[in-house]
Design a protein around this ligand. Sequence first.
Ligand code: GBH
Length: 474
Amino acid sequence: QLVSTELSSYNFPENFVFGVATAAYQIEGAFNEDGKTDSIWDYNLHKKPDWVIDQGNGDVACDSYHKWEEDIQLIANLGVDFYRFSIAWTRIFPSGYAGSKINDAGVIYYNKLIDGLLAKGITPMVTIYHWDLPQNLQRNGGWMNETIVDNYVFYARTLFELYGDRVKHWITFNEPFQICESGYSETDLAPFLNDSGVGGYICAHNLLISHGRAYREYERTFKQNQGGKVAITAHSFWFEPQGESDSDRAAAERAMQFWYGWFMHPVIKGNYPPIMIERIDEISQKEGFQKSRLPKFTEGQIEMIRGSFDFIGVNHYTTALASISNNFNEPSFYFDGGVNRTEDSNWVKSSTSTWLNKVPWGLRKLLNWIKQEYNNPPVLITENGWSSSTGLEDSRRVSYLNEYLSELLKAIHEDECNVIGYTHWSLLDNFEWLKGYTARFGLVEVDFNNPDRTRTPRKSYGVYQKIISSRKIN
Ligand code: GBH
């Protein structure tokens, strides 16, 4: 009965909150204004524009650095409770380093944004790190150098100091898997390091320690006075077994642990998932590594990271099918996981993001898995959305939104999953990483050929607006 497609007639609970999300590099532009330095995205895309399908980059993007007042008006008219945006590290600390000179102009920009949101009754939710590492730190190894921890924690602490009187919701990291596996072990995201089977694990290790320390810093120094909440957001597919066999079932469960548990198991239960430790230790040894490619936490680190969340953030877009795989022969996350990822050709596929299929029941199954696995923690959906091309009549986004929210309602009312809110990605069409400006995720269309970056609400904007005001699917 989990796999139905009927729209739900339940209401959203009274305290359920709605939001909309963006990220700094994807919308701000002004890449070299007011003292900002290059992030790994500025640096790499200037050096090699061909990383991106249309050679686009974030130099101007939606120009939200200048058009933030218009953005706030769009957010206010939409009627959401909160706006999730990220802060560019390179605007606050141009050198990136702990203790380095703070950049006042950058500080002021986010003050204006936060105050502008609050003036319209919109709650600001800040992502501290959404992929735009200062290139100056990447010069020094970035997330693969353990000295990143002190630099990140100092940066996070500075944000708590600067904005914590008004910002009560903090996300330390957006999508560790993408930061680390895609950025350090593959070439899907900056810094494109392609250090297969090694870089991603080292990055993730330093990232988890950074998260834990930032959380403890907030808890110790700010929580009592500021009364805010700190969380981490990980991306998760739902992995459905490809067939009925035990090995497909085991592969799907392994996939959940490798993709999602890699980060959430340490944060919620302490340490990496046992299946990851076991497999990576064993495979590393067979490969002739002296030590496991998966780094080890100390007991102290395990305790520090365990429980470092006030709620958990989940970015969920789509579902994949899992079956067993033994087909790789170089050190690799995929070999370690032993999962072959496929999809069902009957699923409705996004025309602009090939990885994105509309599988609404996957959200409900994912929420149930989280409930079981982690003892029903408070979950905020920090991203969910659909990728179209240009055009205001975005009927596929509308059905995606209606159907995913329906499954969310069923998870809340029928399965008692503790979901506290929903965030749509994205407010605006924006710079979609290696897809440039070809994949449009906005409730609002942006004309990137117009120097004014004109914004026009799509049909889905009105549909989401109505869902929020009526508190049900219409
Ligand atoms: C989010 O990432 C990001 O947080 C956001 O910045 C981005 O704009 C948004 O979603 C839309 O993409 O394994 O080769 O099939 C989503 C993360 C990116 C994870 C694509 C899955 C599949 C690549 N997803 N990825 S592949």
